[in-house]
Design a protein around this ligand. Structure first.
Ligand SMILES: C[S@@+](CC[C@H](N)C(=O)[O-])C[C@H]1O[C@@H](n2cnc3c(N)ncnc32)[C@H](O)[C@@H]1O
Length: 256
């Protein structure tokens, strides 16, 4: 990661949990974990402060968090959301071949300069039959819609408004660094194309929830939010794909 990247993510780290440790994030975790098999080891690429890692810890996995920002990792460790932390680019993180039952790339692919190589790396880390989980913000996840969604989910108005302002500020600060490198559509294309050309079996692909559904069902049945199958109007696109059991580490893709 460049020096400007380290500065940007280090600064973002101090506001990250305030902005994202919410029912919105918890609902994405619910969607992911209810589709996962039981397993032992997960690697969370671009783990940040460990919000995504905590989903898997919550269902019994030991989680190795990988992140290129020391500040993000420090917070993940301090919060106890990762069992082990590796300070590294998501590509070439030095973890052993076939060490993981699950690999997460949650809100990483849109900010990484080489998303295809991140997926190649994930594939090398997975045991045969292991599961890759990719989540990214969809085109409809505008800051104003996220604000409305959070208010509808029950976040106090003042807190949601402060998170809204913090998202605006982070977006502006990240502009010169080009923190967000790929559009939602571009990430979706990379993921879909990569999965199709690497023989992964898709367990589920779609959206995590439709924003319009928040008001109606969130409080009574939060689990129902995860049943939407269309990516339209949903804040997060997601794919869970299983590595074929017959694919050995030696056969796996290697990026140029
Ligand atoms: C949007 S945050 C996502 C954090 C977490 N996965 C979540 O969903 O809460 C993106 C994370 O990716 C990390 N990151 C950005 N570029 C990276 C790279 N090249 N290698 C590893 N981590 C990177 C950032 O430091 C940041 O913690």
């Amino acid at each position: 990661m460049s020096e400007s990247g380290t500065r940007f993510w280090g600064m973002y780290a101090s506001a990250y949990d305030f902005i994202w440790d919410s029912l919105l994030t918890a609902t994405v975790g619910l969607y992911v974990t209810k589709l996962l098999p039981s397993g032992q080891t997960a690697v969370d690429l671009g783990c940040g402060t460990g919000l995504s890692s905590a989903w898997l810890q919550g269902v019994g996995y030991q989680v190795i968090g990988v992140d290129a920002s020391p500040e993000m990792l420090r917070r993940a460790l301090r919060a106890g959301r990762v069992d082990r932390a590796v300070l590294s680019d998501a590509v070439g993180c030095g973890l052993g071949l076939e060490c993981a039952d699950v690999v997460l790339a949650v809100n990483l692919l849109q900010v990484h300069s080489r998303p295809g190589e991140v997926l190649d790396q994930a594939q090398r880390l997975l045991k045969p039959g292991g599961v890759l989980v990719c989540v990214w913000p969809s085109a409809s996840a505008s800051i104003s819609r996220l604000f409305l969604a959070e208010v509808n989910l029950g976040r106090p108005w003042l807190s949601a408004a402060s998170a809204f302002l913090a998202r605006v500020a982070i977006g502006l600060i990240g502009l010169p660094y080009r923190a967000r490198r790929l559009s939602s559509e571009a990430v979706e294309n990379v993921v879909d194309h990569w999965i199709a050309s690497n023989g992964m079996d898709v367990i589920d692909a779609g959206s995590v929830m439709a924003i319009e559904d928040f008001r109606v069902i969130s409080r009574a049945h939060p689990e129902a939010l995860t049943d939407g199958k269309t990516r339209q109007n949903a804040p997060f696109g997601a794919v869970l794909a299983r590595l074929s059991v017959s694919q050995s580490g030696a056969d796996r893709v290697s990026s140029p």
